[in-house]
Design a protein around this ligand. Structure first.
Ligand SMILES: [Zn+2]
Length: 491
């Protein structure tokens, strides 16, 4: 029989070995990100995702409280304001567009009514009539082939970004109104509900286009069939005009000077959107809860950004770091888009953007990096996570085209290698939809604060490793955005 002390001895050895395995690697050469505390990170998350901030919606007062909070955290961390800006703020001039209250369109023999059979989504007040010109889907070639002067252009609906191009082209060609025939994937009632809310856009500088734009329900394709078949039609439109209101929105920006004189003129941009979808009777709201707190989307990323600010300012990496908490992502990537078009320093100095945004998590052993394999910083992203015992997986649902659906794309388009760092997501399953854009997206007992803290650390450390790379990170050969990169960096 073994004595008690002999049993204890090997146990002690095992415990020591475990300590060396898990704790020692972090203590050895300890970095500021190792010392980010769960308590502090959780407190910041609770504040940003609190009911008091009412879901941080663009155009509300509460979103400015969030912006102020981020700016003050930057100040406390000793973050430098970006030259040329007022303190930490970059104003993003937006307009809120509210639909024409009333209107009608007589098309052929039919009378269509606003918010019932059609939506007048753009243009000032109008009373007009003219011949209809049908131009298929309204491609540049199709429009060029028609004489649109004084005519009402009718095309099939494709998607809203194409609609903007068509609208501009039609205005230029002298059309008096644009009508699109809707027969898409969503039932007309959902289209009415979706487009019926007011929307935001970056304030139009200079010339205003007043051309009315109308979307009509053509679920049965009756208009399309008639017009494509050569039936000639006249149309009359009465619109009270959309209401346009100026809205103040702000990006919160700051910078950290790099420690290496040879590399500090190069910048890594760290970015997270801090807005969310607000409060009210939106889809998903219940009688008990109408506040969409946006803890996972994207208070998590905002806190990770502030964590990176503190840790990187405490021990600056080789390259300089730009920090951007951007506004109005949820209303159409407005803050990042404005930032990329009005960048406070020459854009070619930015060698990499690491955005953090996500829909939630369903695997707390990993982080998901959309675009992981697309740049030469893949190993740094993996090592950043590994330091906090997290694995990394690439985009689990490439068919959803997530890369082009978050703020990172505003910079990828300019040529800057720009992946998106997200909490661990394996698939868009029930666990994700339970919280995604729902009032249940709280910082409450269902939220894994331990995982969240390691997530913030992993983001920060990955950013440090990228900012310290000897060779600047680039797109891998053959990437969609490689051409844009060549243009930007002149390589
Ligand atoms: Zn988001």
């Amino acid at each position: 029989m073994l004595s008690r002390s002999m049993v204890k001895f090997p146990l002690l050895v095992v415990l020591c070995l475990l300590w060396f395995e898990t704790v020692w690697p972090q203590r050895k050469g300890s970095l500021p990100e190792d010392n980010l505390t769960r308590a502090e990170l959780a407190s910041q998350l609770r504040f940003l995702a609190s009911d008091e901030l009412l879901g941080r919606m663009t155009g509300t007062n509460e979103i400015h409280i969030a912006a102020r909070y981020i700016a003050e955290q930057f100040r406390m961390a000793g973050i430098l304001p970006v030259p040329g800006l007022h303190e930490y703020y970059q104003d993003v001039p937006l307009e809120r567009v509210t639909l024409s209250k009333a209107g009608w369109l007589i098309l052929g023999k039919d009378t269509l009514l606003q918010k019932k059979d059609m939506i007048i989504a753009r243009g000032s007040a109008a009373d007009l009539n003219g011949d209809v010109v049908f131009a298929g889907t309204g491609t540049t070639e199709e429009l060029a082939a028609k004489n649109l002067r004084g005519k009402i252009l009718v095309t099939k609906y494709q998607n809203s970004s194409l609609a903007t191009g068509k609208w501009n082209a039609a205005a230029e060609a002298g059309a008096i109104a644009v009508v699109e025939l809707y027969r898409g994937n969503f039932p007309w009632q959902s289209v009415l509900q979706f487009l019926g809310q007011s929307s935001f856009r970056i304030a139009t500088e200079g010339k205003q286009i007043n051309l009315p734009y109308v979307l009509i329900n053509d679920a049965q394709s009756s208009y399309e069939t008639a017009l494509a078949g050569g039936v000639s039609m006249k149309a009359s439109l009465h619109s009270e005009g959309v209401e346009i209101e100026q809205v103040r929105a702000r990006n919160v920006l700051g910078m950290i000077r790099g420690s290496n004189p040879a590399l500090r003129e190069e910048y890594i941009l760290l970015m997270a959107h801090y807005d969310h979808v607000g409060a009210g009777l939106r889809p998903g709201a219940t009688p008990e809860d109408t506040i969409f707190n946006g803890a996972r989307d994207n208070a998590v990323g905002t806190v990770a950004l502030m964590a990176a600010a503190r840790a990187l300012a405490a021990r600056p990496p080789a390259r300089s770091v730009l920090l951007a908490a951007v506004t109005s992502e949820e209303v159409g990537l407005m803050g990042s888009s404005y930032l990329s078009d009005h960048f406070p320093i020459p854009m070619q100095k930015v060698v990499y953007t690491l955005n953090t945004d996500g829909a939630g998590y369903n695997d707390t052993t990993i982080v998901t990096v959309i675009g992981l394999e697309r740049t030469t910083a893949e190993n740094q992203l993996k090592a950043g996570a590994a330091r906090y015992r997290l694995g990394v997986i690439p985009d689990p649902v490439p068919e959803q085209n997530l890369f082009n659906r978050s703020d990172n794309v505003s910079f990828a388009r300019k040529g800057v290698p720009s992946p998106n760092f997200s909490m661990g997501i394996r698939a868009f399953d029930a666990e994700i939809s339970k919280y995604y854009h729902r009032p249940a997206d709280h910082a409450d007992d269902h939220f894994d604060f331990n995982y969240f803290a390691r997530y913030c650390q992993a983001f920060t450390h990955a950013a440090r490793l990228i900012a310290d790379m000897k060779l600047r990170p680039v797109w891998k050969q053959g990437d969609t955005y490689e051409e844009a990169a060549k243009k930007l960096y002149g390589q």
